[in-house]
Design a binder for this molecule. Structure first.
Ligand code: SF4
Length: 377
């Protein structure tokens, strides 16, 4: 029997956006006025209650309300949601509670109220400040609302805010990408998520066949951007995440460290370790129409040993931390000798180093992360 359970986070999915961005492959549906938000949240809470036997009385370490655009939900409904979650899960301490906001008129004026309702981390999806590039990736936003959203966050008691920026946009030059990161830094956020664009097959952008910056341009962008972020006090703790001191995103860190998470709402995923050593994966129904009929669960299965290994390393190697071998065994119930041949192969390629207790990714390992992960598949 396992006598150690990893920290547990809660994720709540809001599945609507005003318009789907061209690069988006999340579970997002077009927002319409007729949507009964109250009814959806009622089902989210029922979904949570149904999952309680899986988590027994475990403490929740972080809450993340993501989407889609949670900022589209009426403030009184978000207040009710937070109150209920705290009540049901007996959350007392001031844990990290994040909400994602898109900088449009419908969402930004709620920021103040969200903070009053108990949200203490705001994540603003800006992606780019360049008007031409906003159009190219189908972002429905205006520069004036981006600036307003930041001003509003700063006028609240929220002491933790993140900005999302994407680089490697179609035809983007080094100068344009660096302009975006410099502009984000100027707004003095506590955290910046700086992602490289990936064009997924099921997106509008994929069918537009965009011309993306080549490897050489991408390399120069990351090299220069990393330097600028570092010089401005942003510490890189994950491939795409940069934080000021003590401002790392606890929710995402728990995920990358192979912690447990309970996902509620349309399409949300859960990973829950049980006291009998099993790790369950639960995937909720993607379509709001099914979800509000009470059909919450789409799939539920036990994560296999081989998948535990790949998932563990796929996430852990993203972060700039030592990988404790002891913790690997504790979280997965897999012995060190079972993965030793893989570790030795990765060492031979120069992707990782190993001492008695830990694995460390080398610069080469971070640079060729996919090749490193191949070894663990
Ligand atoms: S705002 Fe975010 S979640 Fe919504 S469509 Fe755009 S990328 Fe997807």
């Amino acid at each position: 029997m396992i006598n150690y359970l990893p920290p547990l986070s809660l994720y709540i999915h809001i599945p609507w956006c005003l318009k789907k961005c061209d690069y988006c492959d999340f579970n997002v549906h077009k927002y319409q006025k007729k949507i009964d938000q109250n009814n959806y949240i009622k089902h989210v809470i029922l979904d949570l209650r149904n999952n309680l036997p899986l988590i027994l009385n475990r403490n929740i370490k972080t809450v993340f309300i993501g989407g889609g655009s949670p900022g589209l939900i009426k403030i009184e409904i978000i207040k009710k949601l937070i109150k209920k979650i705290k009540e049901i899960l007996k959350i007392k301490n001031k844990i990290e509670i994040t909400i994602e906001i898109n900088p449009n008129k419908k969402e930004i004026y709620k920021i103040n109220q969200f903070v009053k309702a108990g949200i203490n981390r705001i994540s603003i999806g800006i992606q780019t400040f360049n008007k031409k590039n906003m159009v190219l990736i189908g972002r429905n936003q205006e520069l004036k609302n981006i600036m307003r959203s930041v001003k509003i966050v700063k006028s609240t008691n929220c002491k933790n805010f993140n900005i999302d920026i994407i680089y490697g946009l179609p035809n983007q030059t080094i100068e344009e990408a660096i302009y975006d990161i410099k502009k984000a830094i100027k707004l003095k956020p506590d955290h910046i998520s700086w992602y490289q664009l990936t064009v997924e097959k099921n997106t509008i952008l994929y069918y537009k066949k965009p011309i993306l910056p080549n490897e050489n341009v991408l390399y120069k962008i990351t090299k220069l951007g990393n330097k600028i972020l570092k010089n401005n006090g942003f510490y890189q703790y994950e491939i795409s995440s940069y934080a000021k001191k003590n401002k790392k995103c606890k929710h995402n860190l728990n995920y990358w460290r192979f912690g447990d998470y309970l996902g509620i709402g349309c399409g949300a995923h859960s990973k829950i370790t049980q006291s009998n050593n099993k790790i369950l994966r639960i995937i909720k129904n993607k379509r709001p129409i099914d979800f509000i009929k009470g059909k919450y669960i789409n799939k539920k299965y036990e994560i296999l040993k081989k998948d535990k290994i790949i998932e563990y390393f796929m996430n852990y190697f993203r972060i700039y931390e030592k990988v404790s071998i002891k913790k690997f065994s504790k979280y997965t119930n897999i012995k060190e000798q079972d993965i030793l041949p893989k570790i030795q192969k990765a060492i031979k390629h120069g992707y990782i180093t190993k001492n008695k207790n830990n694995l460390n990714t080398t610069k080469k390992g971070k640079l060729f992360l996919n090749d490193l992960l191949e070894i663990f598949i």
